[in-house]
Design a binder for this molecule. Sequence first.
Ligand SMILES: N[C@H](CCC[C@H](N)C(=O)O)C(=O)O
Length: 287
Amino acid sequence: MNVPFTKMHGLGNSYIFINVFDFPVEEDYLSELAIAVANKDTGIGSDGLILIHPTGDADVGMRIFNNDGSEGKNCGNGLRCVAKFAYENELVHDKQFTIATKAGNVIAEVHGNRSRIEEVTVNMGKPILEREQIPMTGESALQVVAEPFQVENYHLDLTAVSMGNPHAVFFVDHIEEAPLTTLGPVIEKDSRFPEGVNVEFIEKVNDQEIHFRVWERGSGITQACGTGACASVVASILNGKLEKNKEITVHLAGGDLYIIWDTDDIVWMRGKAETTVSGTFYWERND
Ligand SMILES: N[C@H](CCC[C@H](N)C(=O)O)C(=O)O
């Protein structure tokens, strides 16, 4: 199968994009295709696959698959790339438009001109804080804020936030000491998160900046995670470490995102989106 693709990334969090307006795809091979394109040796190499598709619910739709083939419900870096692609390829005509995700619609605004969009702002909507909607098990408090969380021989304080996808946020004193490779994969699959979880470690720098590292559900360590950056700012404010209505610079491994959680409870994300390459993926499907 000859699959036309465009590889794009948000701060190094890369995906292979398929424009379903031009190239219809079959539901039953998407998971396998995500694994195939993400493979750096036999595929193209990415953190996963993203479909840009027609939808009656919004101007364009986005579906995201991690590099293990699992489908995510939202993807902040992916949304900025979808917005750039949709505007540059005239799938939309206004600079502000809606994008449907499995977690609901968001509103994107592109900055630049038709030939080259460099930065995108996304209204990510309201965070979800109720335990059972994260989802996370447990009988205690309605929300999960600074809740004792023991894993292996670590006694951590957990704050859980959903941006349509689940995030477990932990504060550390020095980001370079975050137990990302040891605890990331363990917490990702912890039974207290029935749908798995993205795992973030953050270090407060000052009242406007945090350092951030992530182990993503379904993809492992990535250079950046847009929904994770949003969840981390929300978690920092819930814990009294940052304030609402202030633009927070989140220093991710791949670069900076600018996040605001405003007093209307809306989370705003602003950052770059870049195109790497486009071409044809010659795929020998395992029938
Ligand atoms: N691994 C995530 C999806 C990708 C999110 C991330 N790449 C972002 O930019 O938000 C999940 O399974 O929920």
